[in-house]
Design a protein around this ligand. Structure first.
Ligand SMILES: [Ca+2]
Length: 349
């Protein structure tokens, strides 16, 4: 009786494993339909129902040895023989990393990693990081877990509990004795949390300025820009002001009478500052030039008018307005941290 039960369990496990693998592999649609149908009976609804979103992203890594392209971890092929050309491989250097930039923000439930068939211990102690920051190549993001080990040629799944982000990294940190990052497949299971809105952009020195087709309060606009780009825009000189005027002069969608910039006034004072941390005294284009950039105002949130002469103005922080983000290389200055009780506690700062 018990022997029959154990045998039955073993057979069911094999069937379940086969069917789940069948669903995840890129077979023909008809074959996948067959697998899904039978999995309803055999898999006990334990198969990961969320899609693997990793192939929609772009993979990079700290360095690449021949045949070890970063994209091999998201090519859909779990072949674990390195020489076959379906695995990644960095050089043997400190702090090696592999990074995946997704096209939107996802709530990530789990990550599966397929290890090489030999020297699998190289993955030991690597951190799985998830977030929205691209600073330090994405290696400053919150940690999902530290990998203890993955068997040679095996696939292990790590629960990340719905962490939110569009950057997924594998990272050998400074305290980690391993130095080569090499994996054969990374699957990221999650659901769309927030997709970027349509936008219009122009290039500036070192990056681009992006007018977003979405209307948000000042603080939500700040979070949006920090999630999908670098920050709400700072205008640091006349050249950047001219670029913004070009952008606002020819919008391809209706825009509000003013759009948000990263301008903020100290609540207890008269001094305005840029959320990017850039010096607010370098350049200004306030309506009342004699009072700028230091003046008392009714509202601590600043933007720019969308018609000539494109003055900077303050408006109620709760106004839902379009806004301009900046994307590109970071400057030496430190961003100003902003907290909001309305922000979901699941979101990384
Ligand atoms: Ca692969």
């Amino acid at each position: 009786m018990w022997a029959a039960h154990i045998l039955s369990y073993l057979v069911m496990s094999k069937v379940k494993k086969f069917l789940e693998g069948c669903i995840q592999l890129h077979y023909t649609p008809t074959t996948q339909m067959f697998c899904v149908f039978f999995c309803l009976f055999f898999c006990h609804h334990q198969a990961n129902t969320l899609p693997n979103v990793a192939p929609s992203g772009t993979a990079t890594q700290s360095s690449t040895i021949p045949l070890g392209d970063a994209s091999h971890a998201i090519d859909g092929n779990k072949n674990t023989y390195y020489e076959a050309g379906f695995c990644t491989h960095t050089y043997d250097r400190l702090n090696s990393w592999w990074s995946l930039l997704l096209p939107a923000m996802y709530s990530i439930s789990s990550i599966s990693i397929t290890n090489r068939n030999i020297v699998g211990e190289r993955i030991n102690k690597a951190e799985i990081l998830i977030g929205n920051s691209l600073d330090n190549n994405g290696n400053n993001n919150p940690r999902c877990t530290v990998i203890d080990s993955i068997p040679n040629g095996g696939t292990s799944t790590f629960d990340c509990g719905g962490m939110i982000g569009r950057v997924v990294n594998l990272y050998h940190s400074g305290s980690d004795p391993q130095s080569v990052m090499s994996v054969c497949e990374v699957e990221v299971y999650g659901e769309l949390y927030q997709a970027p809105s349509p936008s219009l952009s122009v290039g500036v020195n070192g990056g681009s300025i992006i007018l977003v087709d979405k209307k948000l309060s000042w603080s939500d606009a700040l979070f949006y820009c920090r999630d999908f780009h670098r920050d709400l825009l700072s205008i640091r000189n006349g050249e950047e002001q001219t670029k913004v005027e070009e952008l606002l002069g020819n919008p391809t969608f209706p825009v509000t009478e003013h759009v948000w910039l990263g301008l903020r006034r100290y609540l207890m004072g008269e001094k305005w500052f840029w959320m990017s941390g850039d010096d607010p005294n370098d350049y200004s284009h306030w309506r009342h030039q004699t009072q700028s950039p230091i003046r008392q105002s009714s509202s601590p949130c600043g933007g720019i008018e969308t018609s000539a002469p494109f003055h900077w103005t303050d408006h109620s922080c709760e106004d839902h307005a379009n806004f301009i983000c900046f994307d590109g290389d970071g400057t030496d200055v430190q961003k100003v941290t902003f907290f909001s009780s309305a922000r979901s506690p699941k979101l990384p700062p």
